[in-house]
Design a protein around this ligand. Structure first.
Ligand code: PMV
Length: 344
């Protein structure tokens, strides 16, 4: 429908989409381009159920501005502004200026280092483009989701996912792709919740501080490139010991680089450290389990199905762990419904 007709008609264009969160085994922590969310190195992640965002969007010609609800309440100004800026990109592609009502819900704690921005912007990318009938392939959808939050690029595909750093300055080759479907390998991840409160420092702010001030930033980025190549081989060979070793060293190296920033960034609390030590001793005594952690205090443990119950019991034995979530590989983001109405 052209813009003149849209201006005179009451139009609503709606869509609902879901996306799962993802947890990186080879971490992304540093940007080569801040505005376009282009990473300094590639990364590798697992797309995980049950961690899910569901987003409903309605572009409505009666709206004068965007309205964003998060968990059924008015979103903070900071989050609403991020959503608006993202929708501006989608509106530009669709050549429309329709404003939108957005309702987004996570079935897990938001902004606590559990990748809610990844599933959130992936679900928003799918919902907004479907509502406006933009035809994007998976690579284009991943590159679009990346603009909302870098790691959201990895929540578009399912299973085991690699996000290419890319080389182009416009980011056209920086998207994520699945390298193994959920049935290639039954990997599990157990997440311990030590503190569900939103984290003190956002990941973009942390990444920029680290890039500008951490003496180990350059070696961290170079190591990540090497870790990514090794992790892809370990996945092809279903070599969990090797993948686990890379997973732990990538997380520890990311946190070491952040600790060395000026001022140092400490994402962990006491329970995070207790979990790391416990998982290492569990592994040393023969139960395969490997620790990772993102820009927050929640320990996440990679393990095979046969270790899952022991990992849950070990984490729950720690006083500082309030809850555990058992995760499995999930499929990629998808749109559930879309509809449009026009009353002239
Ligand atoms: O999408 P962002 O900008 O919130 O990046 C988060 C990056 C980490 O979670 C810290 C690591 C990763 O690779 O997911």
């Amino acid at each position: 429908m052209d813009r003149i007709r849209l201006a005179n008609a009451m139009t609503t264009l709606s869509s609902v989409a879901c996306a799962h969160a993802n947890v990186a085994l080879v971490k992304y922590f540093g940007k080569r381009n801040l505005a376009l969310n282009l990473p300094a190195a590639g990364s590798l992640s697992l797309t995980l159920s049950p961690l899910k965002t569901t987003t409903k969007i309605t572009f409505d010609s009666a709206l004068k501005h965007d309205n964003v609800l998060l968990a059924k309440a008015q979103a903070s100004a900071a989050f609403a502004t991020r959503v608006e800026r993202f929708l501006d990109l989608v509106r530009k592609s669709a050549k429309t200026d329709l404003k939108a009502h957005v309702e987004t819900d996570n079935n897990f704690p938001t902004a606590a280092g559990l990748a809610s921005s990844a599933s959130g912007f992936a679900a928003l990318a799918v919902a907004a483009t479907k509502a406006l009938s933009l035809q994007l392939n998976e690579k284009e959808m991943s590159a679009l989701a990346r603009r909302g939050s870098g790691s959201a690029a990895r929540s578009i595909p399912g299973g085991i996912v690699v996000w290419n750093a890319g080389k182009t300055s416009n980011g056209s080759d920086s998207y994520a792709q699945s390298i193994a479907s959920p049935d290639h390998w039954d990997l599990r991840m157990v997440i311990g919740i030590t503190d569900p409160a939103p984290k003190a420092i956002g990941s973009t702010e942390a990444m920029e501080l680290v890039r500008e001030t951490s003496p180990s930033y350059t070696s961290w980025i170079n190591e990540t490139k090497h870790d990514l190549t090794e992790a892809v081989t370990a996945i092809k060979n279903r070599d969990l010991e090797k993948l686990g070793e890379i997973t732990e060293r990538s997380a520890l190296s990311m946190h070491a680089t952040a600790l060395a920033a000026k001022p140092g960034i400490v994402f962990w609390n006491g329970a995070t450290v207790d979990a790391l030590r416990l998982i290492r001793s569990l592994c040393a005594s023969g139960t395969q389990a490997y620790f990772t952690c993102d820009a927050g205090p929640q320990p996440k443990v990679l393990c095979p199905p046969k270790s899952e119950a022991k990992v849950v019991a070990a984490l729950e034995s720690l006083l500082g762990i309030k809850k555990t979530i058992k995760c499995k590989l999930a499929s990629g983001a998808n749109s559930q419904t879309s509809s449009s109405t026009t009353n002239a």
